[in-house]
Design a protein around this ligand. Structure first.
Ligand code: GLC
Length: 749
């Protein structure tokens, strides 16, 4: 439990007696009518140097902290952390009770509250909810996990993962929202909006170009500034524009030779000067390598000391006072750091809505997670066999369910975003048991859910460990459903091949019974050597707390699938931009470098440049109904391009269509683009049979432009552009042309 020191109890009780307006007289920053930056500046003006320095260093792991020398971490700080850090949580920074500034309790992460020993509700993975192509889904998810976080005592959420899936084997792709800047901007932006609507500060992370986990704390990512601005940074800029995150977490890696947390270009030039970011840059845990250089390059808060790498307490009071005294860090920078940390505490309502532990409605929250999963699962294939599609399952009397621990639950990802499920891990004891494990299965069994949904069918589960037995069961069943799993965890990258003998299992089952459905629980894209033989494939990613029910509802047609791929599925490793990942599966700490010479051509853009055909394309997703798409609409509204179209449900059941608009210059290379086409708009519409919906969206001009480094501006090359509307990046049946004028504007917001 948190115990406030006596002095702060006295102060708090005195302040409680003072009316709000009178309080604002003595503490102008308490005036809620004032803008947040004025309140932050007023509060910092009232602070002592020690109080300012107390804000810029965050702690975790009190037991380890106790072992630190007292001149690095004072006895008072150690005692305060021991008393107030929430056990098992990511981090804590003391408040300033004298001034009414609350402590900062930090919890992970984008999928739910992750605290060792705390059972909380997990959303589907972020890549899964990105597949919904509906920002309302991620916003609702953000609201839910934030209510659980606040009820657990937290006011800072280390969420908002927005790294592009540049590398399909990246072990944290499940925490991010795919390969496209617009999709990432809107989907991660939705999550952050949901979280911050609940009076919490959210991060946007991991800033930046943290696109592989192998050697994540030492890899140096080399990429040209235009390519970075048009890809990784464009995704973050869209998240920033749409959600105004209170904090940005700089990442472990180096970018163009400088550690991300002491990268003047990223933190000062792009984020704070060009974009006008008012919040604070916090470090990833242990991602700090200097004091003055980091502070002057834009780092505002060193968080999570002494975790993870323990290079040194570079933002300790002792170190910073020496830097201030020597002039290495101007006092104005210290004031700016403190103000930046306070700004979101005021702007997002953290100060005015003190967090307090309270009850959680786990049933309601699990329903939010299930709804998110049902809107996100992607039906990749549903070919007819004997004249009829296998899905939705109808009138089937005997079903073999094989593998994937489907009798127990559904897989979740590992590492700092791993939520301990309500009801505990459904399949304990799987390797790796230690970090970034444990491997967790949400206690939501697809088998149990299918039995409940189809009480009159004979449903038999078998583990699949013995392939012969599995094939024999499949042979004597009407339909076989094979669950395959690919576990991903922070700090690791993954081959695209399924682990173990799952490919052989699928091949044997579909050979024994052609009426085979495969359900995939994966962190990201996987190779499917059996895809040509299997008539029906459902991608469930990591489907969250009620994933089993969501899978069953889609397989039985209770819910019509409407997910679309946020990430391309390669047909083979030969289609990847990089044959090898530097440092892959080597011990951590090796200095490696990677040059992203594909530039901004990530995912479907890469495939277009190379003329590759992926196994399943970005934006692909099937439905149990059909949709008729109109010709695209494109018009100029002033200098803005507005696009849209109409879609009709031309089938017999209700369903949701995801309309996607891509733009292509007539000559993409002459236009300086990285690839032939870019996603510029998307819209999801729920439609009853025969129903139709029209949509119209203004296109962010950066999506039509290239970044000019010499002038720090965006440039659209005038000319004819093709506007194409469809339901996937490889399904754009109609196109219309529009002429865009030359334009150029500053990258400074
Ligand atoms: C981890 C992760 C980061 C997380 C932090 C606190 O290493 O990289 O995403 O928020 O540390 O757990």
């Amino acid at each position: 439990m948190k115990h406030l020191p006596v002095t702060s109890l006295l102060t708090a009780s005195l302040l409680a007696c003072v009316s709000t307006s009178a309080l604002a007289d003595v503490q102008p920053w308490a005036d809620t009518s004032k803008p947040a930056d004025q309140r932050a500046a007023a509060a910092v003006a009232a602070m002592t140097l020690d109080e300012k320095l107390g804000l810029v260093m965050g702690y975790t792991d009190p037991e380890q902290l106790m072992k630190e020398p007292d001149d690095i971490v004072s006895a008072a700080i150690k005692a305060d952390v021991a008393a107030n850090h929430i056990k098992g949580s990511a981090g804590y920074i003391a408040g300033i009770p004298r001034l009414g500034i609350p402590a900062q309790w930090q919890t992970d992460a984008s999928i739910g509250v992750r605290v060792t020993g705390m059972e909380r509700t997990a959303l589907p993975s972020s890549l899964a909810t990105a597949a919904s192509f509906d920002p309302k889904i991620t916003e609702m998810g953000g609201i839910m996990i934030a209510t659980e976080a606040r009820a657990s005592g937290f006011n800072i959420f280390l969420a908002g993962g927005g790294n592009l899936a540049r590398e399909p084997r990246n072990g944290r792709n499940f925490e991010y929202t795919g390969e496209d800047p617009l999709l990432t901007g809107r989907m991660t932006g939705g999550l952050i909006n949901g979280i911050q609507s609940q009076h919490m500060v959210s991060t946007m992370k991991h800033w930046a170009v943290n696109d592989q986990e192998s050697q994540r704390t030492t890899v140096d990512a080399t990429i040209s500034k235009p390519a970075m601005r048009q890809s990784d940074l464009l995704a973050f800029e869209m998240i920033y524009d749409l959600s105004n995150p209170g904090s940005v977490m700089c990442s472990y890696n180096l970018v163009n030779g400088d550690w991300a947390c002491e990268n003047d270009y990223l933190n000062n030039r792009v984020l704070k000067q060009d974009w006008g970011f008012k919040g604070y840059v916090m470090s990833d845990w242990g991602a700090v390598h200097s004091s003055a250089k980091a502070a002057n390059a834009g780092l505002d808060q060193f968080t999570g000391y002494p975790c993870c790498g323990h290079h040194g307490a570079f933002f300790s009071a002792k170190t910073l006072k020496a830097d201030i005294a020597s002039g290495a860090i101007p006092m104005s920078r210290i004031d700016d750091m403190a103000e930046r940390i306070l700004w979101p505490l005021f702007a997002k309502g953290v100060v005015d809505n003190p967090v307090k532990v309270g009850p959680i409605d786990f049933e309601a929250d699990a329903n939010v997670s299930q709804k998110a999963a049902e809107a996100s699962l992607v039906l990749l294939k549903n070919d007819a066999i004997d004249g009829k599609s296998l899905l939705p399952l109808a009138g089937v009397k005997s079903i073999a369910i094989i593998g994937g621990h489907a009798d127990k639950g559904v897989m979740a990802g590992g590492g700092s975003s791993g939520v301990t499920p309500v009801g505990g891990n459904a399949v304990p004891g799987l390797e790796p048991k230690t970090w970034p494990g444990p491997v967790v299965f949400m206690p939501s069994s697809p088998v149990e859910a299918l039995k409940a949904a189809k009480p009159d069918a004979s449903i038999t589960y078998i583990s699949g460990d013995n392939i012969k037995q599995a094939a024999a069961l499949a042979k004597k069943s009407e339909v076989a459903i094979v669950f395959v799993t690919q576990w991903m965890g922070e700090g690791l990258d993954n081959p695209l091949e399924l682990p173990g003998n799952q490919d052989a299992l699928v091949a044997a089952v579909v050979k024994a019974n052609p009426k085979t459905i495969v359900v995939v629980e994966s962190g990201g894209a996987i190779l499917m050597p059996w895809a040509g033989k299997v008539p029906a494939i459902l991608e469930a990613f990591y489907p969250g707390a009620r994933g089993g029910q969501a899978i069953a509802n889609i397989l039985t047609g209770q819910v019509n699938p409407s997910g679309h791929l946020p990430i391309s599925f390669p047909a083979s490793n030969a289609q990847l931009a990089h044959a090898e990942i530097p440092g892959f599966h080597k011990p951590d700490g090796i200095r490696v470098g990677i040059t992203y010479d594909e530039g901004a051509a990530i995912g479907y853009k890469w495939y277009d440049v190379k003329g590759y055909t992926p196994l399943f394309a970005f934006g692909h997703g099937l439905s149990y109904t059909t949709f008729a798409v109109s010709a695209p609409k494109a018009a100029l509204d002033g200098s803005d391009l507005v696009v849209g179209g109409t879609v009709q449900n031309s089938g017999g059941v209700a369903g949701a269509a995801v309309m996607q608009v891509y733009v292509s210059p007539t000559d993409w290379q002459a236009a300086g683009w990285e690839a032939p086409k870019r996603l510029v708009a998307f819209h999801k519409a729920d439609l009853t049979p025969g129903g139709s919906a029209a949509f119209s969206q203004k296109v962010d001009p950066k999506l039509l432009a290239t970044y000019d480094e010499a002038t720090d501006s965006w440039v659209i090359k005038g000319g004819v552009y093709h506007v194409r509307l469809g339901q996937a990046s490889d399904d754009l049946p109609q196109s219309v042309d529009i002429t865009l004028p030359d334009s150029r504007w500053s990258a400074v917001h």
